[in-house]
Design a protein around this ligand. Structure first.
Ligand code: F6P
Length: 324
């Protein structure tokens, strides 16, 4: 293998740049030619592919977003789109790929490998942390810290006004951001898609609020089974029927996707990027390079996207025990 390419795809996450940097520099260190594909699979189809050098990735390790840009490609879902992408790679002589992204990215990479035999190794880049085969995904730690900072600020005003806040965090169908930002901020309740939400228990506790605490923070994962933070707040408000209690909703939204990556994310991203290039050179294809228990682990794409990654049970206990 002499020429490889790297791309970022799906929702961007802080640390993707550090990962691109690690891929480019490791590849060059190993004597490979390396290319950057812009806008993920979209750029692969449109031939938006450029050679990268050591200096192409200077001064990016600390930056959020992705210098290669990202997209969610619908054309790549079609056989015609994938054929175009393959032809472009072939024209450049690209013999291996590093795909940085989440489950959508790996689903595409798996099909692409099966159809055209292009060797590809993935790096887990998503704030959601919902990928099996790695303890943490690139960007998760930064997103949790961003959410935590916002929740701390909301706590100040919630306490000042004796208000009940429902704060919605991202995570798609997973509750990892909600759980860790909830523990870190001392939230009274955390609602996640992985466990059934007991609204009656919340109502009961909020009715007794003034006996113990005067304000409350409820972190809601966007994929919760009872609905969005706003929907849940309205359900709870209707059940409580107490005009003196004030309810507010804050949706944190895309601020969770931006910002300078934390040290944890930069190190994780750099390790995964290096491991992806090493994996390609060692013939480990159609798999993701992740970190589990401090060690690099290569997990087949089928498992990364097909196997469930459970929440840490101790985390759920912490929320239950500490929020009384
Ligand atoms: O997968 C990352 C993520 O930020 C999810 O948490 C969220 O549900 C989704 O992407 C939002 O996607 P978009 O930026 O396309 O609206």
């Amino acid at each position: 293998m002499k020429k490889i390419a790297v791309f970022t795809s799906g929702g961007d996450s802080p640390g993707m740049n550090a990962c691109v940097r690690a891929v480019v520099r490791t590849a060059i260190f190993k004597g490979l030619e390396v290319y950057g594909i812009y806008r993920g699979y979209e750029g692969m189809i449109e031939n938006d592919i450029k050679r990268m050098y050591t200096y192409s990735v200077s001064n990016i390790v600390q930056r959020g977003g992705t210098i290669l840009k990202s997209a969610r490609s619908t054309e790549f879902r079609t056989p015609e789109g994938r054929k175009k992408a393959y032809e472009n790679l072939k024209a450049h002589g690209i013999e291996g790929l590093v795909a940085i992204g989440g489950d959508g990215t790996f689903t595409g990479a798996k099909i692409f490998y099966e159809e055209f035999g292009i060797p590809v190794v993935g790096c887990p880049g998503t704030i959601d942390n919902d990928i099996y085969g790695t303890d943490y995904t690139i960007g998760f730690d930064t997103a949790v810290n961003t959410a935590l900072d916002a929740i701390d600020k909301i706590r100040d005003t919630a306490a000042a006004h004796d208000r009940i806040f429902f704060i919605e965090v991202m995570g798609r169908d997973a509750g990892f951001i909600a759980v860790e930002s909830g523990i870190g901020s001392g939230a009274e309740f955390v609602m996640v898609p992985e466990t059934a939400t007991d609204l009656d228990a919340v109502v009961k506790s909020l009715k007794n609020l003034r006996k113990t605490k005067t304000s409350s923070i409820i972190v809601v994962a966007e994929g919760d089974d009872e609905g969005s933070a706003e929907v849940i707040m309205n359900k709870v408000k209707d059940k409580i029927k107490d005009k003196k209690k004030e309810f507010k909703v804050t949706t944190l939204g895309h601020i969770q996707r931006g910002g300078n990556p934390t040290a944890r994310d930069r190190v994780l991203a750099s390790r995964c990027g290096m491991a992806a290039v090493e994996g390609l050179l060692e013939g480990k294809f159609a798999c993701m390079a992740g970190i589990m228990n401090q060690e690099v682990v290569y997990t087949p794409f089928g498992d990364c996207i097909g196997k469930e990654k459970p929440l840490i049970q101790d985390h759920l206990k912490l929320i239950e025990y500490l929020s009384i």
